[in-house]
Design a protein around this ligand. Structure first.
Ligand code: G3I
Length: 373
């Protein structure tokens, strides 16, 4: 053996045990399963990518052990499903749905109608010119009904039919100026239409209207309440309100969250928590990193807050108001919060850390003592 190879081999022998130990630590072996230790009768889910479903992947093991529901973080959105007119591609989404069916998990569909991740052709006629109202309606109707026909019999638990349609500025419907192309092409009726078309395609489907800041902004919450109330009065088939729950360690309080769930439940719809995470930064804070002391303090606050909030979910579930809580991601390392609202930030919003180990908040949620590190 050449001296060079000796060095490499010695190096490998030195590295190997550490690498194996790390991989072992990250495997969800001797840890209680999240889904079996929740403070109430609700499913717990995560937003994932198709890669997370491959058996060799640690994410896959975590999903199978800890979660009872999934949704695609991106690949069920219109820009993936029908990137150009008539060319439907369900390959990625099907991987996720098949994985859920195979593993006896519930699977959500996010989302049929949104102002983001929606291809430009949907606002155009077949001739490439700006769509007339009728053409835009036809585009949206065909899209919704083709997706739902494809999914029929594939056990989609609920659909986010319309996503983020309320303005953060006016608390009315999001305008074209705020990106809502459907408002420009179809007008405010696009919301009722989308639900009616979805129900027509699959009368058994559970149809949800989904938005953010409903738990923290009283005006937005009220706007959603009035919107859904009106829909119900008009006989529009809406079954659930999705509260995204992108919150932080500073707020909103567990009491505000409870108040919002109770308020929406008055409408006779189910509440779903659809995209939960808890940033460790204040919204106004634009820093990219926090030092170890700040991080360690944040982890303590986060564990307390997650516990309090999950207890609220548990009570709401026991009262029949809520039956699913979905995290927007599995682990801190893959969270969208590392890029928003500050690019390249390091954030810690979820229950599993960068090495895929359960964090203090994991243990607080399941009400068990965290083992010593
Ligand atoms: O796939 C491309 C890749 O090919 C390219 O190299 C890369 C370069 O930027 O971009 C990749 O696409 C990105 C995509 O995520 C997949 O990673 C897009 O740029 C990026 O904009 C997109 O962000 C997603 C965002 O929705 C878009 O609005 C986030 O991952 C996703 O977490 C986020 O999810 C939303 C919910 O749908 C609705 N509620 C808020 C939530 C968080 O923003």
């Amino acid at each position: 053996m050449s001296p060079f190879h000796k060095i490499i081999l010695t190096g490998l022998l030195m590295i190997t045990p550490i690498t194996i130990a790390t991989a072992k630590d990250s495997k969800p072996k001797n840890i209680p399963a999240l889904k079996d230790n929740l403070p109430g009768p609700f499913a717990v889910g995560a937003a994932i990518t198709p890669n997370d479903t491959y058996g060799s992947n640690d994410h896959c093991l975590i999903l199978q052990k800890h979660f009872s529901a999934i949704v695609a973080e991106n690949c069920m959105k219109p820009d993936t499903i029908e990137s150009s007119r008539g060319n439907f591609n369900f390959e990625q989404a099907d991987k996720i749905v098949d994985f859920a069916n195979k593993n006896n998990m519930r699977v959500r569909w996010h989302t049929l109608c949104w102002h983001q991740q929606t291809p430009a052709w949907m606002s155009r006629g077949a001739d490439g010119k700006d769509a007339t109202k009728e053409e835009a309606k036809e585009n949206l109707k065909t899209y919704i009904q083709t997706v739902m026909a494809h999914n029929k019999g594939r056990h989609i638990d609920s659909y986010d039919v319309v996503n983020e349609c309320i303005s953060d500025q006016t608390f009315e419907l999001r305008s074209e100026r705020e990106g809502a192309r459907w408002m420009a092409t179809i007008g405010p009726e696009y919301i009722d239409d989308a639900f009616i078309w979805a129900h027509e395609a699959d009368p058994d489907a559970f149809l949800v209207i989904n938005d953010y800041n409903l738990e923290s902004n009283v005006n937005k919450r009220k706007a959603m309440y009035e919107l859904v109330k009106g829909m119900k009065e008009r006989g529009v088939p809406v079954d659930g309100i999705g509260m995204q729950m992108h919150i932080d360690i500073y707020g909103p309080s567990a009491a505000e969250i409870k108040e919002s769930i109770d308020y929406f439940a008055e409408l006779g719809v189910k509440v779903l928590v659809t995209e939960m995470d808890m940033s460790c930064y204040k919204w106004e804070d634009r820093s990219r990193f926090m030092n170890k002391t700040a991080h360690d303090e944040a982890m303590v606050v986060q564990a307390d807050r997650y516990k309090e909030i999950f207890n609220v979910f548990g009570q709401a579930a026991k009262a029949g108001k809520l039956d699913m809580v979905v995290f927007w991601g599995i682990d801190d390392g893959n969270s969208w919060k590392n890029g928003f609202p500050v690019q390249g930030r390091t954030d810690y919003p979820l229950l599993f850390d960068y090495k895929l180990n359960p964090k203090s908040c994991f243990w607080s949620v399941i009400g068990k003592k965290e083992p010593k590190k």
